[in-house]
Design a protein around this ligand. Structure first.
Ligand code: HEC
Length: 126
């Protein structure tokens, strides 16, 4: 009787152990799955703009862009950036790569999310 109780305890301990291993395994799988889904977002040419990102982008603009494009982006040494007719992807490309002899590249300074913030800010200008 005692033995079988111990046996039952052992079985339930094993069960708990394998269940938590299972959960850890699942967690490992979802952690591994995350970078690949992020990579898919990064590889996508679509730049998602939001009002929240625009607020952040305005800060970056003041740090890096206003010296040439003006405090309100209406232009100075560089052109007016209000009502741009080029696509979000094109704006992002210009920020990343710069324009030879005209505008520096920001690929090292800003990551894709930060560039999306800058694009959001420029898109919010009318
Ligand atoms: C050193 C000055 C300088 C800085 C700093 C600078 N730009 Fe520019 N930018 C220019 C000039 C000059 C042009 C126009 C070049 C041309 O038309 O040949 C330009 C063009 C652009 C264009 C293309 C506009 C169009 O109508 O095609 C965008 C978008 C832009 N800049 C965004 C930015 C952003 C965002 C930043 C900050 C991260 C920035 N620039 C920083 C000088 C600068």
């Amino acid at each position: 009787m005692n033995l079988s109780l111990e046996g039952k305890a052992l079985i339930s301990a094993l069960l708990v152990a394998s269940l938590s291993l299972g959960a850890a395994g699942l967690a490992a799988i979802s952690i591994r799955a995350m970078p690949s889904s992020n990579a898919a977002i990064t590889a996508s040419p679509e730049i998602v703009t939001t009002p929240e990102l625009a607020v952040q982008g305005r800060e970056f603009f003041g740090t890096s862009c206003s010296e040439c494009h003006g405090d309100d982006a209406t232009g100075d040494e560089g052109p007016n950036l209000h009502n741009l007719s080029i696509s979000n992807a094109r704006i992002a490309h210009t920020i990343k790569n710069g324009i030879k002899g005209e505008m520096p590249t920001f690929a090292k300074k800003y990551d894709d999310k930060q560039i999306a913030a800058l694009v959001s800010y420029l898109r919010s200008l009318h």
